[in-house]
Design a protein around this ligand. Structure first.
Ligand SMILES: [Zn+2]
Length: 93
């Protein structure tokens, strides 16, 4: 797949941030692009959806696989969850 320059979120148009999945995730070590905009409709609606459907306080952020282009939800349990795994911007070579 062609390298995307600056992918954006289809839900809020925010620029996606590079994010490295934890070892236990099924995406291996492939860099993921994730929308970390707390105002994103996808993320905001996720809280209601998870509470209504599963009675859990959780949500998900928009995720795009940098290698395959596949996208899907990245489950989170708080505004700050998994932010520590964001890869620093600007280190592109
Ligand atoms: Zn978004």
């Amino acid at each position: 797949m062609k390298k995307q320059e600056k992918p954006t979120c289809p839900h809020c148009q925010a620029r996606l941030l590079k994010w490295l999945p934890p070892p236990e995730a099924s995406w291996g070590t492939t860099i993921q692009y994730v929308c970390f905009n707390d105002e994103c409709s996808y993320y905001k609606n996720g809280w209601d959806h998870m509470m209504n459907k599963f009675q859990v306080k959780a949500s998900y952020r928009y995720r795009l696989d940098s290698e395959t282009g596949a996208h899907g939800p990245l489950p989170v349990w708080s505004d700050n969850a998994v932010r520590n795994l964001i890869v620093e911007e600007g280190g592109e070579s």
